[in-house]
Ligand binder design. Structure first.
Ligand code: P6P
Length: 336
């Protein structure tokens, strides 16, 4: 049974867990722990806005579009501002990269002290907000590679492959609010207890089921997927494949959270509308791919491991095949 605040089992908050992780690294300075704590604070504030969206005037669009060409929802902007305000004014955050901002954000020029780059999608799936479908926040943390002042940092500092991440996580605002994170020492999951506003440990060292008879894809675009993907989807419907189910929420964090816990595979292939894929490499694919791998899963763009891709631009998109190792390998076998 999962520990909870009433089961008599230990009550461990995410702050205590992060601290324990830090103590396991004698050279750790505590800065990353602080950073994860600031992100946790931001997601609690976002959660409060999401839960009250129908009551507070935060539903609907702002009327402006972001760098992705998507209409920015009010909650997108509020969530983005919240993360910047919780993170941006501390010396260990040098640069932030957000889905909502064309350029990197340097909230405070802290000189060579700003050792971390925080990359995030403040509210993924926001088109679902107005219809009460689960949405989420995704974050990735890297270290800067030079001691130039952040405001003079070349863009290349932000364009690091996913293998360089030092921490990654997501929060899914669903029937409950759940955060999962990794610092490279397994994947650990926490549920927000709204009665006292803390994320409490509910699952430690999560292992994704190695197989799962569930695939998650928007089949409406099937006709424009590359042929190999179409062959996989045909196969998945045959008796040879066994009984696969299709589950697609249309909110990446929710579809990934289910895949992490139940197994299966999420895929967003190249389409006619998005020939390079739709999902963003730096602050969607990289963090979720690292979490998947840390949980024993796999992540590919159809040709190579997501975490080894060298980003060419800040908001670069990528095809994404993400989930149970066996299921990802099965999809790849159709693409050869
Ligand atoms: P489609 C939401 O807009 C999002 O960025 C992801 O959360 C989700 O997985 C994907 O787009 C859904 O895209 O084209 O199926 O609506």
């Amino acid at each position: 049974m999962e520990p909870s605040t009433t089961s008599g089992k230990p009550i461990i908050t995410i702050g205590q867990h992060i601290q324990t992780e830090q103590w396991a690294h004698p050279t750790a300075t505590g800065e990353l722990s602080w950073l994860l704590g600031a992100i946790t604070l931001a997601t609690k504030i976002i959660e409060s806005n999401v839960r009250n969206a129908g009551i507070r005037d935060v539903l609907g669009a702002t009327g402006v579009s972001n760098v992705q060409g998507e209409l920015v929802q009010k909650l997108d902007q509020i969530s983005n501002d919240t993360i910047v305000r919780c993170l941006g004014y501390y010396d260990n955050v040098g640069i932030m990269v957000s889905e909502e901002d064309d350029e990197p954000i340097v909230a405070k020029d802290v000189g060579e002290k700003g050792k971390y780059i925080v990359l995030f999608d403040p509210l993924d799936g926001s088109s679902n907000i107005d219809v009460n479908v689960s949405i989420g926040t995704i974050f990735s943390i890297m270290q800067r590679r030079s001691d130039t002042p952040p405001s003079d940092a070349p863009l290349s500092e932000c364009l690091q492959p996913g293998i360089n991440q030092v921490a990654a996580g997501y929060v899914v605002y669903g029937s409950s609010t759940v955060m999962a994170y990794t610092t490279g020492n397994g994947v650990h999951m926490f549920t927000l207890d709204p009665s006292f506003g803390a994320f409490v440990l509910t699952r430690e060292n999560i292992q994704m089921p190695p197989e799962g008879k569930m695939y998650s894809v928007n089949e409406a675009y099937r006709g424009t997927f590359p042929e190999g993907y179409q062959r996989y989807l045909e196969w998945a419907k045959t008796k040879d494949a066994g009984t696969y189910s299709l589950r697609y929420i249309g909110s990446l964090v929710a579809d990934f959270h289910r895949t992490l816990l139940r197994g299966g595979v999420f895929l967003y292939p190249p389409t006619a509308q998005a020939p390079g894929g739709k999902l963003r490499l730096l602050y969607e694919a990289n963090p979720l791919s690292w979490i998947a791998e840390q949980a024993g899963g796999a992540a590919s763009d159809g040709r190579r491991r997501i975490l080894e891709k060298q980003p060419e631009s800040l908001h670069q998109r990528t095809p994404l095949i993400l989930g149970s190792k066996t299921e990802v390998e099965r999809v790849l076998s159709f693409l050869d």
